[in-house]
Design a protein around this ligand. Structure first.
Ligand code: CA
Length: 236
């Protein structure tokens, strides 16, 4: 695939990481612009309208979270947060403010590039097809027919409860993006109580068992521990 049309903005103050990212992305054929501060990043964002942003949180002038809030006021451009902050609350906050993904430093190049491809795929799909209703979701052997509310693995129908189906459909409509526990619970049950997380975990365990997900395998749904779940897009 030719990626040349995609422009990626890197906002990262550490020279070695900034240079590494630039080299990685350019090798894959992306156009790259980069900034070492939040305010300069905002200017570049406004003037270049990149297709994707890779954002560090600890920046010399402002916090990357400020950039995220500012951009999300009027733009859906995918943003991958790249940060040394490892605690779950920071991840959840960034995702809830509107980051598409969160990668912790030190990161693996292959993993980061997979996240980049995934974030660009989401944005291309939402521009190209608008709403997903009336279409089918496909990831590897998994297929979801949204109109009929039916799910198939390897062409065999999988029987899910209404709640299980709703969770799976919600994750698939945001595939590639980590959905926090809170965002899933709000969408599925509409409210949050002390049993919500447990309820979600039980449903998730059943869904994953029915889909045939096994620990350590290339699975459809990944549990980002303490943060949320991500539906993966597995290529044919
Ligand atoms: Ca930094």
């Amino acid at each position: 695939m030719n990626n040349n049309k995609y422009k990626i903005l890197i906002i990262e103050d550490e020279d070695n990481i900034n240079n590494l990212l630039k080299a990685l992305l350019e090798t894959s054929g992306y156009q790259v612009i980069s900034s070492k501060s939040c305010s300069n990043g905002q200017m570049l964002f406004a003037s270049h309208r990149p297709d994707l942003v890779i954002l560090d949180l600890g920046l010399p002038d402002y916090d990357g979270m400020d950039f995220l809030k500012e951009v999300r006021k009027d733009s859906l451009t995918p943003i991958i947060v790249l940060s040394a902050r490892t605690n779950e609350k920071d991840k959840v906050d960034a995702l809830d403010i509107g980051a598409n993904d969160y990668v912790t430093k030190p990161f693996s190049s292959a993993e980061l590039m997979a996240r980049v491809r995934s974030a660009l795929r989401i944005s291309r799909r939402s521009i190209g097809e608008g709403k997903l209703s009336g279409v089918r979701f496909k990831s590897g052997d998994l297929e979801i027919d949204y109109d009929a509310r039916r799910v198939f693995v390897d062409k065999t129908e999988v029987t899910l409860t209404q709640t299980e189906y709703n969770i799976l459909a919600f994750l698939s409509k945001h595939s590639g993006k980590v959905m926090t526990y809170t965002s899933i619970i709000r969408d599925i049950w509409g409210y949050y109580d002390i049993n919500s997380t447990k309820k979600l975990q039980v449903n998730m365990a059943n869904i994953r068992k029915k889909l045939g997900d096994k620990p350590g395998k290339n699975n459809y749904i990944v549990n980002e521990l303490g943060v949320g779940y991500r539906m993966c897009e597995i290529d044919e």
